[in-house]
Design a protein around this ligand. Sequence first.
Ligand SMILES: NC(=O)c1ccc[n+]([C@@H]2O[C@H](COP(=O)([O-])OP(=O)(O)OC[C@H]3O[C@@H](n4cnc5c(N)ncnc54)[C@H](OP(=O)(O)O)[C@@H]3O)[C@@H](O)[C@H]2O)c1
Length: 407
Amino acid sequence: MSEFRIGVLGRGTVGGAFVTLLERHASRIERITGLRPVLAGVLTRRTGPPFEELLERSELIVELIGGIEPARAWALEAMRAGRHVVTANKQLLSQYGEELFATARDHGVQLRFEGAVAGVVPVIRVLQESLAGARIDRVHGIVNGTTNFILSEMARAGLSYEAALVEAQRLGYAEADPADDVDGRDAAAKMAILARLAFDTPVHLDQVRYEGIEQIAPDDLEYARELGLGLKLIGTAERIDGRLSVRVHPAFLYPGHPLASISGPFNAVTVESPEITEITMSGPGAGGPQTATAVLGDVVSAMIPPASAPKATEPLELVDDVVSSFYLHLEVADEPGVLATVAQLLATHGVSVKSVVQKGLADQARLVMVVHPVLESRFYGALAEIAALAALRSPPRSIRVLEEEFS
Ligand SMILES: NC(=O)c1ccc[n+]([C@@H]2O[C@H](COP(=O)([O-])OP(=O)(O)OC[C@H]3O[C@@H](n4cnc5c(N)ncnc54)[C@H](OP(=O)(O)O)[C@@H]3O)[C@@H](O)[C@H]2O)c1
């Protein structure tokens, strides 16, 4: 039986789990592929052979060191030397994807990256292969488990953002430095990758607008519950009149939305297409064994005859101003006419109110409302004028609401 030699870069959370899985499933993989997978070596900062030596003795390189360099240089060098590359590195793919895809194409090798988005949930494969025959209009995702866990805990236990983050760190769902997760950048990188595959157009991380969850207050979640809404950090990539919008921001969902029930550290991605209506895939979005399972699946696919490398065939312009519905939270002086003034300002900008909750609090009143879908620039125009009202007791807070036909 021929051998298939695999060189691994990195032996951390995912790399360590990958090596264990590879050894555990070697016989099964041999039955599936007709090739015996063999570990050619594992390289870390402190241990293992030099990269060139590992490359020489490998047919496929698994990159699990993360970051940009040396991951980028080594992935390129491996493909130029005719080796397949499997990676889970979303930062690398969202910033240097075009260079990497072109190199894979030019050298007739495979570049696979299922583990880079939504862990073991097979979204990449579904977009690249299963839905290759569908025209995709929109991809919505909860693609960051850390923020989904934090928002779930804030809603479930009434915790503050800070307390929910500490809990996420205690349970290992958040890094000691959670910046990339909570500010939306990690989700933005994943949405850039999904948009690239869904729309066959190059999308760079810098083209994705993103907002995080640091500003979310527990009472936003409380009021939202009264309005029948739940909060998620949502990534969206969608076609709008022949152009493309890719964005990440917190959004309220009505209970019938397919992503509304995804809680804790789980991820989910919904793909919408006229041919298929919609598909929602969900499961563990991170973790060593989970991500390593996706990486090993990619290795097995690379051992079987090739899938084609993705091509950019339909360049799409990116849109900035999109239509959204909003939740708006105002603390105002409890005086006659304030609600009417707010309603008037909204109406002037073409923003109409869908539902309102009003509460009196000593000499203040709290107005919490949901407005109908409107161009974001119009809503923010109204918000700027509302923010300047003398009756306002604190800066207005707003969060998008995903309006769907689901009920
Ligand atoms: N952790 C997850 O749940 C998860 C989920 C999805 C995707 N990913 C992605 O998977 C990749 C790996 O993540 P991880 O969590 O396994 O990282 P990790 O635990 O920090 O491990 C990184 C490994 O890479 C090695 N390494 C780092 N820089 C190196 C360099 N310059 N030269 C040689 N070795 C180097 C480290 O070696 P030393 O030990 O010697 O420092 C360590 O063995 C990242 O791209 C990450 O975004 C992770």
